[in-house]
Design a protein around this ligand. Structure first.
Ligand SMILES: [Zn+2]
Length: 300
């Protein structure tokens, strides 16, 4: 919903609309960008990654795969579907289908991801991917491994990759890493050990990982916060829930205005911590506190 109620000391005076400092990790914990990579890959793995997506020229025969042709049945069928769904765009008839089939064949020939070798398929199966082939799925039992185990052929997987969702970025990573291993090259950038960033000073990465956010101090006051950013207060601190509800339901709130009853309910629903203490009630459960009438509130 983007807003929440926080209980803070009545004297809490963090600026309105400013993200609470405890929610922001300090700048000095940021690493520096790795000068030698963009995503943690070694130069060789980066090259394979680019081949996978066709960012650099790719030759289907390099993986032992057959290039797609306009008259490959899967390509022709897909071209027919495209023509049928958008005749205004593609035109119609055999010539239009042939033109679209040529476009599709060229498109699917330009990346490794549509031309896996059997070694690539085996690596993906071993990593638990390609479950469309290796598993069955039903509502009752979910995914179940086929018995005996099935390993699809490269040709089957490559045809599958033309339709539907195909390979995701995890498959790309698995195929790249397995290929690097087979080729005897390191898949990981040596400068940054695969982090894609380097330490700004010795120990920076461990410090950044150990950093934890700190909540604002707790108290008896009531305040509205937004949660669209890391979190900042958007109302003054009020001594009672009723005063906060009145503030939220003041017409000057404009498009942030909520009716009084809705504001009271939001505050009651939004403030249900597991336990909360006050001088008057002692330690009570959040549910009891929510039912606790604002008139009974301790005054600051
Ligand atoms: Zn690097």
């Amino acid at each position: 919903m983007g807003r929440e109620i926080r209980r803070v000391p009545v004297t809490f005076d963090w600026p309105i609309n400013a993200i609470w400092e405890g929610f922001l990790s300090p700048d000095h914990l940021d690493g520096d960008k790795c000068p030698d990579c963009e995503n943690g890959y070694s130069p060789q793995a980066k090259n394979l990654h680019d081949l996978w997506y066709g960012h650099i020229p790719f030759d289907p025969t390099s993986t032992g795969s057959e290039p797609w042709r306009p008259d490959t049945p899967a390509i022709w069928a897909r071209a027919e579907r495209n023509i049928a769904t958008a005749p205004d765009y593609y035109g119609s008839g055999e010539t239009a289908i042939a033109r679209e089939a040529r476009r599709l064949a060229d498109h699917f020939n330009n990346g490794w991801l549509h031309h896996l070798a059997q070694d690539d398929v085996d690596a993906l199966v071993e990593a638990g991917r390609l479950m469309d082939f290796t598993h069955t799925w039903t509502r009752e039992t979910g995914w179940q491994k086929k018995d005996p185990a099935v390993t699809p052929t490269a040709a089957q997987v490559n045809e599958w990759s033309l339709a539907g969702f195909g390979h995701d970025s995890i498959n790309a990573m698995i195929a790249v890493n397995a290929r690097c291993e087979r080729e005897g090259v390191n898949p990981t950038c040596q400068t940054c050990s695969g982090h894609a960033s380097i330490e700004a000073y010795p120990g920076q990465r461990a410090e950044a990982e150990a950093w934890e956010s700190t909540d604002p101090p707790k108290g008896d006051g009531w305040q509205l916060w937004e949660t669209v950013t890391e979190g900042s207060p958007i109302s003054p601190v009020f001594a009672t829930a009723d005063e906060l509800a009145a503030w939220m339901s003041d017409p000057v709130r404009g498009d942030q205005w909520v009716p009084q009853a809705a504001a009271a309910k939001f505050i009651a629903d939004g403030w249900a911590p597991s336990f909360v203490g006050s001088p008057q009630t002692g330690l009570v459960s959040g549910v009891e506190w929510t039912g606790h009438h604002a008139d009974d509130e301790p005054t600051a």
